[in-house]
Ligand binder design. Structure first.
Ligand SMILES: Cc1cc2nc3c(=O)[nH]c(=O)nc-3n(C[C@H](O)[C@H](O)[C@H](O)COP(=O)(O)OP(=O)(O)OC[C@H]3O[C@@H](n4cnc5c(N)ncnc54)[C@H](O)[C@@H]3O)c2cc1C
Length: 457
């Protein structure tokens, strides 16, 4: 292979760290490296709740791909199908047309989407908290509810607009509820009449929140959330969602216009287009992170079920940034080894723990096997995020934002993203049309044929 074409799909933790390691291992110009991604930034999603609450600006967590890579060509768009026979990724550009992206080695890291369930009204009315657009919209929507409630004399409308329900007791749900509660507290200083009307609920079907933190710290998290004023309801889920109400599975009907759905991540539908075995939608890969039967395709991150060798047999790696970033090192090494015809290595990583930031005032952390709370947890949480953000300018922006907030207090002006008054569900924000395996083959072959007719081989 003279100048191998390496294509990476997805500019998240898995994709960007793979590119950075590839660029370190391959001398400049010796490979044609392309990144297929809908945006030219890597989203540092663990800090998204702080964007939703306005503590951080959106730019602080959107780290430019051009800063993070030096020898990578960006193909802007979504990969919507893969023709593995002709080694072509079918890309839908943001302008709508399809374009081919040929590869010799392919790395798939498209992450996941907010997991939807067959609950009436959910896909029309529930807000997501997974993308940058959703976080910004959520902040505007929440602030708009308070503005409208304050302006209304109708007690029923006031109650609906001042009640906020977050579903999901994992780190996304817990951090989002705590951060947005702080935002509404700050906004309520302007609307003293609303103070006693604002209610936050956190709902989860599980018997505990944050199970990853273990029993003791999980209980502590529950106490902290309740202490902040969040009504936590466990062993309960949502039966139905309407424009102005939420019905819980215990029969309770809550007047409400804001349901934030964080109950799980569904792997990217791109993985299904390969027609290979999956585990609940996550593409199965070997311990070397290669797709079985496809020697030139590697996959990592939230979209794959990769064996967790450090945890024992029959265990899969958890869908976290920590694992996606570590898998990227193995994938980059194995891509290079497969090109050079060398043996591949297996992925093995021991979980380092979890940090949970409850609105910047409280935090909990499990680092290795040590449980932290209070100031040490806050320091560990902030230190961890600063170390994990992969660019010095982004780090500086985050520290500056935290400092400005500490010195000047919160800013509660809306930016106007929720002004059309229409609900904008996570389905509107995250859904993309994918091809099936047969469609990918046909489109891949057709697009490559067009390309060859225009430019030759
Ligand atoms: C609010 C929140 C808080 C979190 N907190 C933590 C935490 O504290 N610790 C932790 O370890 N993990 C945390 N996570 C989880 C962590 O963010 C994910 O596990 C991690 O991002 C997975 O990395 P990934 O590369 O698989 O996917 P992602 O980082 O999601 O990246 C996927 C990329 O692929 C792109 N993409 C999607 N579809 C396509 C397509 N068809 N074609 C091309 N590109 C595509 C996306 O735009 C994105 O750039 C959190 C997640 C959220 C949402």
């Amino acid at each position: 292979m003279s100048r191998p074409r390496i294509v990476v799909v997805g500019a998240g933790f898995g994709g960007i760290h793979t590119l950075r390691h590839l660029e370190r291992r391959i001398p400049r110009g010796m490979a044609d490296i392309a990144l297929v991604a809908p945006h030219d930034y890597m989203l540092y999603s663990p800090l998204l709740p702080q964007v939703a609450s306005g503590l951080l600006t959106p730019q602080s967590v959107a780290v430019s791909v051009h800063r993070l890579t030096r020898d990578t060509r960006l193909v802007p768009g979504h990969a919507v199908g893969i023709d593995t026979r002709d080694r072509t990724v079918v890309v839908r550009r943001s302008s709508g047309e399809l374009t081919p992206c040929p590869y010799d080695r392919l790395v798939l890291a498209p992450g996941g989407l907010t997991r939807s369930f067959d609950i009436p009204g959910l896909s029309e009315h529930a807000y997501g908290a997974k993308t940058l657009a959703e976080a910004v919209l959520l902040r505007d929507h929440v602030l708009a509810q308070l503005e409208l409630a304050n302006d209304s004399r109708d007690p029923i409308e006031r109650e609906e607009r001042c009640r906020f329900i977050v579903v999901g007791g994992g780190y996304t749900g817990v951090e989002t509820a705590a951060s947005l509660l702080r935002l509404t507290e700050e906004a309520a200083r302007r609307y003293p009449e609303l103070r006693s009307a604002i209610h936050w609920h956190l709902v989860d079907i599980a018997p505990a929140v944050l199970p990853e933190l273990g029993e003791r710290l999980g209980r502590k998290a529950l106490d902290m959330l309740r202490g902040m004023g969040i009504e936590v309801k466990l062993k309960v889920s949502v039966r139905e969602v309407g424009p102005d109400k939420v019905v819980l599975t215990d029969g309770r009907v809550l007047p409400c216009r804001t349901l934030i759905w964080t109950a799980g991540v569904a792997p990217s539908p791109l993985m299904r287009t390969l027609d290979k075995p999956t585990q609940r939608g996550r593409l199965e890969v070997g311990a070397d992170l290669r797709v079985p039967g496809l020697g030139d395709v590697f996959a990592l991150g939230d979209a794959v079920a990769a064996p967790d060798l450090a945890a024992g047999t029959d265990c899969y790696c958890p869908p976290t940034a920590q694992y996606a970033s570590r898998q990227a090192v193995t994938v980059a090494d194995n891509v290079v080894a497969s090109i050079l015809g060398r043996p591949l290595k297996e992925f093995r990583h021991r979980d380092m723990g979890l940090v949970v930031d409850l609105s910047g005032r409280e935090a909990l952390a499990r680092v290795l096997r040590f449980d932290l709370s209070g100031l040490p947890a806050l320091a560990a949480t902030r230190g961890y995020h600063l170390a994990a953000v992969p660019s010095a300018p982004a780090r500086a922006r985050i520290v500056a934002n935290w400092a400005i907030r500490a010195l000047t207090g919160g800013e509660v002006s809306r930016l106007g993203f929720a002004d059309d008054g229409r609900p904008s569900s996570f389905v509107d924000k995250e859904a993309v049309d994918y091809l099936d395996a047969e469609g990918s083959r046909k489109e891949g072959a057709r697009l490559m044929e067009n390309l060859r007719a225009r430019y030759g081989d």
